[in-house]
Design a protein around this ligand. Structure first.
Ligand code: CA2
Length: 147
């Protein structure tokens, strides 16, 4: 059974508590349940995590990279939050590990402020899903099984 990492970056622990017009009413626990259900149906093992710390996210990408090297990883779904728009370190970690990574955003970042239009992660990602709300998470997991 292959493993899927679903990683969430800064402030995503606040999901469902504020800004429902942008991010919807679902909590991160709801998103985890959605991912768990999808992985169970697809016969995948889920590692679902959230951190507000860039270095921790880098460490988790390295961990995913080790599983990739041993053939145990299907891929990574990564909502890097605001680090998407700032982090060369997350770009380098993704490139350096050779993992298959889907960049995910709940909101349509291209319909928002200009500073959200650039992603350091996207050039290292296999694909990008944004603007579909939390429904993007199960879609991204399913996409990993198809590519
Ligand atoms: O749309 C997304 O998923 C984002 O990755 C969310 C990030 C944002 O910086 C990106 O540009 C787009 C922010 C996550 C913060 O989430 C909150 C949720 C509820 C209340 C406050 C923040």
């Amino acid at each position: 059974m292959k493993t899927v990492f679903v990683l969430n970056g800064p402030n995503l622990n606040l999901l469902g508590t504020r800004e429902p017009a942008v991010y919807g009413a679902h909590t991160l626990a709801d998103v985890e349940a959605l991912c768990a259900d999808t992985c169970q149906k697809l016969g995948l093992k889920l590692e679902f995590r959230q951190s507000n710390h860039e270095g921790t996210l880098v460490d988790w990408l390295h961990e995913a990279g080790r599983l990739h090297a041993s053939g145990e990883l299907l891929g990574v779904v990564f909502n890097a939050g605001a680090y998407t728009h700032t982090s060369v370190a997350l770009h380098d970690a993704t490139k350096g590990t050779g993992i298959t990574l889907i960049e995910l955003h709940i909101s349509n970042v291209h319909a928002r402020e200009a500073f959200r239009h650039h992603s350091y992660l996207a050039p290292a990602a296999r694909g990008v899903i944004c603007g579909l709300g939390v429904a993007g998470y199960p879609l991204a997991i399913e996409a990993l099984t198809r590519i």
